[in-house]
Design a protein around this ligand. Structure first.
Ligand SMILES: *Cc1c(COP(=O)(O)O)cnc(C)c1O
Length: 441
């Protein structure tokens, strides 16, 4: 690894921007590599999304019985897309003017594990379980998958184990679904992980191993342990294609929600989506799904904390996963625990080079006021990480050079739709909620 040494900052691409990031300044980066047709040579295609969705469909009877709370959501593990006009008024006061409608995609409230990780994480474990059951000839594709709840299946799966490294929410998703199916499951948690997430997992029979170091260390320990065990499936957050495709199904399903909410996405009705980013898997998978169905008129932006901007750093320098925050002295310490990642996913940073419109960073101290205002104005609670995206609409709309370049006139921007992608919050215990809320007041 030639690049392990510290970098000569001055020689990096976008060195001025990097210097600002090193000073923990908020930055807004626009991707010059954005393509009108990023899926043309993409390793993933629509058929991959279809296949993932079909698999989730096969599991529908299982999910309904295993997690009765999903009976409300006809799409199984799916979230609402809601307009938040009161928050729009507050957001303009807290940030800057922007025109168009404002929505929240409530992946913060996904059933089973209350975060965006309920998409990819659960999908990957279901796929693993299906593969085993099919190989053992105990299941066929046409059968009612709710039979996987029967004791002979939990006995079968108990011979296997699942492992994952996580800052918290991915661990929750993998832990809950794996334990339900009967797998032995180990979650390797980084120092950033909240105590209540570890307690909750342990209460479900999950083995939680804690590391005093950051996310990357937790992942690499987890990976190493899993490699020595042929019966263990390691969910690799830094590069898993299954995770990625599980997230991408969101793009397919949201089409119906656009119709219901009367959201158009065409040359005169641009849609902007703002997603908090950690290692990149969740926002990347969602971005791919959205790009596949909506093309160039959907504009995707990622949001990261000023102290952990790994994807912005990787893309702006062109070094992708070959540069990490701590290699240039950025400490990775942030209140946004779900985003506390120092190095971007190899798989996702590559794909985002042509798909992403841009990325920006936000100071931690802004997260809590957004959290409280959303609660006050719309009565919706989300966790701090999930608020990282909220400065996006103002950043984009105030950037006249960018809008002009895209041919987005003031007239067109009045038709814009802005979607803040909520990524977590529904599992946060009451005591933490009150604490977060008070901090924002
Ligand atoms: C994991 C997570 C993200 C980002 O997902 P990555 O795949 O790590 O990029 C955003 N918000 C919350 C609340 C999360 O838990």
């Amino acid at each position: 690894m030639a690049l392990q040494a510290d970098f000569d900052i001055k020689t990096l691409k976008n060195s001025e921007l990097v210097a600002k990031m090193m000073g923990y300044e908020e930055i807004f980066w626009l991707n010059e590599g954005l393509s009108d047709n990023p899926l043309k040579n993409c390793k993933f295609q629509e058929k991959d999304i279809d296949e993932a969705e079909a698999r989730l469909e096969r599991f529908r009877p299982y999910i309904m019985k295993a997690f009765p709370e999903t009976e409300q959501t006809p799409c199984i593990i799916e979230s609402d897309l809601v307009e938040i006009p009161n928050m729009k008024k507050e957001l303009i006061k807290l940030t800057d003017e922007f025109s168009g409608r404002l929505f929240l995609k409530k992946d913060s409230h996904l059933p089973v594990s209350g975060s965006i990780k309920a998409r990819g994480g659960i999908y990957e474990v279901l796929k693993f379980a299906e593969k085993i059951a099919l190989e053992k000839k105990m299941l066929s594709l046409e059968e009612d998958y709710s039979k996987l709840l029967n004791p002979e299946f939990t006995a079968l799966f108990s011979q296997y184990s699942v492992a994952v490294g996580s800052t918290g929410n991915l661990g929750l998703s993998i832990g809950i679904i794996s334990a339900k199916l009967g797998f032995k499951v180990t979650v390797h948690m980084s120092a950033d992980a909240k105590a209540w997430k570890k307690d909750l997992l342990r209460s479900k029979g999950v083995t939680v191993i804690e590391y005093p170091e950051d996310y990357q260390v937790a992942v690499s320990h987890g990976r190493k342990k899993a490699e020595s065990d042929p019966m263990c499936h390691f969910v690799d957050d830094e590069g898993s294609e299954d995770l990625f495709l599980g997230y991408s199904v969101a793009g397919k399903r949201i089409r119906k929600q656009f119709l219901e909410a009367n959201i158009l996405c065409d040359d005169t009705h641009p849609v902007f989506v703002y997603i908090p980013c950690g290692v990149g898997g969740a926002p990347g998978g969602v971005a791919f799904g959205l790009k596949n169905y909506f093309g160039k008129n959907i504009h995707i932006f990622f949001a990261e904390p000023t102290h952990a901007p790994c994807m912005t750093l990787g893309l702006a320098t062109g070094l992708k996963d070959k540069i990490s925050c701590n290699q240039i002295g950025i400490d990775g310490l942030t209140e946004a625990d779900g985003l506390a990642v120092g190095r971007a996913s190899n798989l996702v940073s590559e794909l985002m080079e042509t798909m992403l419109s841009g990325a920006y960073t936000i100071d931690d101290k802004k997260l809590y006021p957004f959290l409280s205002k959303l609660k006050d104005s719309e009565n919706i609670f989300i966790e701090p990480s999930s608020c990282a995206s909220f400065i996006g609409p103002a950043l984009v709309c105030q950037n006249s050079a960018y809008l002009k370049k895209l041919g987005l006139t003031e007239e067109i921007m009045k038709n814009a739709t802005h979607i803040l992608w909520g990524t977590g919050g529904n599992m946060v215990p009451e005591r933490e909620r009150e604490d977060y809320y008070e901090r924002g007041k």
